[in-house]
Design a binder for this molecule. Structure first.
Ligand SMILES: *Cc1c(COP(=O)(O)O)cnc(C)c1O
Length: 442
């Protein structure tokens, strides 16, 4: 080939040159778009079957796509009860409600999560209290949580963030000691395990999301609540249906027995999720093949910390988060945020779609600093908001990390991930350039 006989050739030069400065991107334009979710003919057929045959509401008598999804998800998680809801946020709020959390109760949540984890307590006029996270697993730090427990603490929400289970042993002990309800936020962690047991079976209740970007997606929005407690399951079932009790074979009586909402799942969403669930194990196995070798290759580069797996856990790899340390990379006078900003620009130019996931720790969101609950200042008790320094680990992670989302979930992502790795390596060959960019940026 001409390029190998002529190493100073333009093509070679352009490949080595960073794409941000006019070089050829490491990830070719036409290789970048792996869709998620994967939508097959079976998925389409299953939606049409519901449209043509109904029922189109989930409070219908007899088996529906919704009840079938509930049965299959309960079995998947190894629990007796699953209640489908409109989305993951309503599953979280319904779980809190079904466990008896109410106005003025405090609920401990991690400072690093999706906003819904912090909002769900507020939907019941309970107060979210933010614990810091572990620097390695990035999930709730039980020692930080322990310091926040008061006589008003009613529940704790460990989030299996990025698909990695929270430390459910220590969280469980803490909850037991203080009589707290444990609600797993498993929205990102379908199929992950802790001590060989699936998430969704590890607390008093769990909430999953089927939102279209999650590991088990529907064609829009959906949520699943799992529990081993029949009373909790019963309360959740009433709560999602206006507080009404729907009994098979009996006509709807329109009596609201408890406070309820309309948080039901749509059968079309359920049917699509069922069809995806048929392929979930195969996709999950593909992720376990594709992702660890990619991470191992990136981990060779100085100054990058890749996600790891706790010895008691398996990882669902929903989000891949990389932390960047300029000192370990040998860069003088470069701040972690400056390094991250430069890498953000350079990686995206190479065709690696890194993004920030959470631009601030949850407790710094305006809704919480302004104490904008059901009314400004309610349901919070008096006093100033907790100081920023109370979650230094979450703050550090937000400052110094970037994430990959969605495309790596595709079962055929192996080749794309090899190209991503090549992009990282290419940039790491030009670390002095990265350093001068990072120093110049504000
Ligand atoms: C997606 C998500 C939710 C909310 O789920 P929705 O279905 O979008 O309402 C809650 N918690 C976490 C950690 C999530 O990632």
């Amino acid at each position: 080939m001409g390029t190998t006989r002529c190493p100073a050739g333009t093509a070679v030069r352009k490949r080595a040159e960073l794409a941000a400065f006019g070089g050829t991107p490491a990830v070719p334009e036409d290789a970048r778009d792996l869709p998620w979710p994967v939508i097959t003919e079976e998925d389409r057929a299953t939606l049409l079957a519901v449209l043509d045959g109904g029922p189109l509401v989930s409070n219908a008598d007899g088996p529906t796509a919704v009840s079938e999804l509930e049965d299959r998800w309960a079995e998947f998680c190894g629990v007796p009860h699953c209640v489908a809801t409109a989305n993951g946020t309503t599953a979280l709020a319904t779980a809190l409600y079904a466990l008896g959390v109410g106005p003025g109760d405090e609920v401990i949540v991690p400072a690093l999560s999706f906003i819904a984890t912090g909002l769900a307590p507020l939907h019941l006029s309970a107060v979210p209290v933010f614990a810091d996270v572990d620097p390695v697993t990035m999930t709730l730090d039980p020692r930080s949580a322990a310091e926040l427990i008061t006589e008003r603490t009613a529940a704790i929400i460990p989030v299996h963030l990025h698909g990695h289970p929270a430390d459910m042993d220590t969280v469980g002990e803490l909850a037991e000691r203080h009589g707290l309800a444990v609600i797993e936020d498993a929205a990102q962690a379908h199929g992950a395990t802790w001590r060989g047991r699936p998430v969704g079976s590890l607390g008093d209740c769990a909430a999953f999301s089927l939102q279209v970007t999650k590991n088990l997606p529907t064609c829009g929005e959906g949520g699943l609540l799992t529990t081993s407690d029949p009373e909790v399951g019963e309360r959740a079932t009433l709560a999602r249906q206006f507080g009404e009790e729907m009994v098979s074979g009996r006509e709807r009586d329109y009596e609201s027995r408890i406070l309820g909402w309309n948080y039901k799942m749509n059968p079309l969403q359920a049917a699509f999720a069922l069809s995806q669930l048929d392929r979930f194990a195969a996709y999950e196995a593909a992720r376990q093949r594709n992702i660890p070798p990619f991470l191992a290759r990136i981990a060779e580069l100085p100054g990058i910390t890749v996600p790891t797996v706790h010895p008691r856990a398996t990882h669902a790899w929903h989000i891949l988060r990389f932390r960047f340390d300029p000192v370990a990379a040998g860069l003088d006078g470069v701040s972690p945020a400056g390094f991250r900003r430069a890498l953000h620009r350079l990686l995206r130019a190479e065709g690696v779609p890194v993004s920030r996931y959470q631009v601030m720790p949850l407790p710094e969101q305006k809704v919480f600093t302004d104490r904008f609950g059901t009314r400004r200042g309610r349901p919070w008790p008096g006093g100033p908001p907790p100081p920023r320094a109370s979650h230094p680990v979450a703050t550090g992670i937000v400052e110094d990390s970037l994430t990959l989302q969605r495309r790596h979930l595709h079962p055929s992502a192996g080749e794309l991930l090899r190209q991503y790795a090549a992009a990282f390596e290419k940039i790491w060959h030009r670390l002095p350039t990265v350093a001068s960019m990072a120093r110049a940026a504000v």
